[in-house]
Design a protein around this ligand. Structure first.
Ligand code: PMP
Length: 342
């Protein structure tokens, strides 16, 4: 097993080594062992702490970020929270550009880190005002004025993201299952998690099945299945789905892919919370729905791993709001109706 340090001497040492938790209902329904890495247990509350740390360690190694310099990144929120917290622990400032459509809870979580948060309109990647392009241009302008003062983390196309998942998340899954993992499935935003874990596990066990659980509105399931980037519908999930093939996702060893509607994923968010005490966000609902589909594809008796990427309470006003759910045509469990009447 990966050794836990007795004392983590800095925040970086507290990232990763997350529990691998058995999901009881998903396992019972399918006859498989369905297990989830509890990534919400990271210091910043999400799997993106790993991405942030992997990108930052690579930048430090390459000398791309000088001591006391400024981290600049475009993010749906979680990567920004990770970068800001790790940045604070290592003496860097952080500036984040973020689409204004992201949850209030996530924007606030980022603001309380002391990071400078610039909310920008949510526009497609092809638009020069997309949050990632704005972050890149900001870092370029800062470096033009003061060379070496800023570093653009570039989580989508900097493959240090994927490499860190290969070296940590993937290896931890292998060790925690004692090599018994038969399949891994998750949704992707940058592609770092799926590509990194996929590469690690395929090297260790070529027969392993790697699957993509894609939210409705994303073009990647179609890309894997037909070669064409085509999206239909939409999703209330945040941080996942893509209209393009990022450098991190390119070449990921993906065997199966499904487009998963919110009507299938959101009930998992509620069931995990109410019946198993697992506080899971919308992308984790997509992941668990994908794990059930992978279990049905492989048949009973297999061990399938996925990820609880962050906590549902990071999206409380959406995922646990009966009025919001009804407006979106999503089912509202009776216990949630009672908790928030009217
Ligand atoms: N779930 C959540 C909640 C996220 O914030 C992200 C990253 N944006 C993902 C899943 C996707 O992870 P990755 O970027 O590694 O594909």
């Amino acid at each position: 097993m990966t050794a836990y340090p007795v004392i983590a001497t800095d925040l970086a040492a507290a990232i990763g080594h997350t529990p691998l938790l058995r999901l009881r209902q998903a396992s019972e329904q399918t006859g498989c062992e369905i297990l989830a890495k509890l990534e919400s247990a990271n210091p910043g509350g999400s799997i993106k702490d790993r991405t942030a740390l992997g990108l930052l360690l690579d930048a430090e190694r390459r000398g791309a970020l000088r001591p006391g310099g400024t981290i600049v990144e475009g993010t749906a929120g979680n990567t920004g929270i990770g970068l800001a917290l790790i940045g604070a622990s290592r003496g860097y400032r952080t500036i984040i550009t973020m689409p204004q459509t992201q949850s209030r809870e996530k924007i606030d979580a980022l603001r309380v880190t002391g990071a400078e948060v610039r909310l920008v309109p949510a526009v497609p990647y092809a638009n020069p005002d997309h949050y990632a392009h704005q972050a890149r241009r900001l870092a370029e302008a800062m470096n033009a004025a003061d060379p070496g003062s800023a570093w653009f983390a570039d989580q989508f196309d900097n493959t240090a993201n994927r490499d860190f998942h290969e070296a940590t998340t993937g290896v931890e899954i292998w060790e925690q299952t004692g090599g018994r993992v038969d399949g891994f499935v998750c949704a992707t935003g940058t592609g770092g998690t799926l590509a990194g874990v996929g590469r690690a596990l395929k090297l260790l066990k070529p027969m392993v099945t790697i699957a993509l659980a894609d939210p409705a509105g994303s073009a990647l399931a179609s890309y894997i299945n037909t070669g064409e980037l085509k999206a239909e519908g939409g999703s209330i999930s945040e941080g996942i789905g893509s209209s393009r093939v990022t450098a991190n996702f390119a070449g990921a060893p993906v065997d199966l892919a499904w487009s998963i509607p919110d009507t299938e994923s959101v009930p998992w968010v509620h069931a995990l919370m109410h019946d198993e005490g697992i506080n899971a966000g919308g992308s984790s609902g997509v992941n668990v729905a994908g794990a059930v589909r992978l279990a049905r594809a492989l048949g009973p008796g297999h061990t399938i791993v996925t990820v609880i990427a962050d906590a549902g309470t990071r999206y409380q006003a959406k995922l646990f709001n009966p009025g919001f759910l009804r407006d979106k045509g999503l089912p509202v469990p009776e216990w949630l109706e009672r908790a928030f009447p009217g």
